[in-house]
Design a protein around this ligand. Structure first.
Ligand code: CA
Length: 221
């Protein structure tokens, strides 16, 4: 399946050119010329990568990056007319993965898009802040540190990471991670969550899984 790139850029000449070039190398592309519509579309369409203009008429690209980052690990490349250090730091702090100063070379942009998508590992890698879950290698990292989980712990963490911030109820966790194969009033889910938390803490990850009393668990989005 071709990768989906979503562009938020108010300069229609640039976005038209980007669309042509990206489609030409096989990406699926959608364009938005306004920050709020772009943000809504990012949430709705869940693209594989976002190209974001810094100077938009309604909301700044930095603000959009910040909002996307709260809930979503989608790679973001920011296009900016400003190339000063302060702007770069602000963009990277807001959660941008990369940036390009205008006018940029199309070949360079395509190369950087490719780099970000490869980092994603073809959708097999989930990143939530410092947490990285690689579904193919069945590996979990906190920062640079490996977190060794049992197969069931891995499956549970992966399930919760499906939608960061969403609260998963105990019953749906039992259903999806254990196939509903647990005796009633079992505390197996809680024990596994406690084990995962302990292992994440050893790697430096605190407060990654949140308990919602009487309901279930959520991964911090
Ligand atoms: Ca602009």
């Amino acid at each position: 399946m071709s990768k989906h790139v979503l562009i938020v850029e108010d300069d229609v000449d640039i976005s038209r050119l980007l669309r042509l070039e990206l489609e030409d190398v096989g990406y699926r592309v959608s364009c938005f010329d306004n920050g709020m519509r772009g943000l809504a579309a990012i949430r709705e369409e869940r693209p594989d990568l976002v190209i974001l203009d810094l100077g938009l008429p309604d909301v700044s690209g930095v603000e959009i990056a910040r909002r996307v980052r709260r809930t979503d690990p989608t790679p973001i490349i920011i296009l900016t007319a400003r190339d000063d250090v302060e702007t770069k730091v602000t963009m990277l702090n807001a959660g941008a993965d990369d940036y390009l100063a205008k006018p940029f070379h199309m070949g360079e942009l395509l190369a950087r898009v490719g780099v970000q998508l490869r980092k994603q590992g073809g959708g097999a890698v989930t990143r939530i802040g410092e947490l990285m879950i690689d579904a193919v290698r069945r590996q979990v990292l906190w920062g640079e540190q490996e977190v060794k989980l049992s197969p069931r712990e891995f499956k549970l963490l992966q399930y919760l990471a499906g939608q960061p911030g969403r609260v998963y109820g105990r019953e749906e966790i039992e259903q999806n991670v254990w196939g509903g194969d647990l005796p009633p009033a079992s505390n197996v889910v809680d024990v596994h969550v406690a084990n995962i938390r302990g292992k994440l803490r050893e790697a430096g990850g605190y407060g990654v899984i949140r308990t919602v009393r009487g309901v279930g668990y959520a991964i911090k989005g």
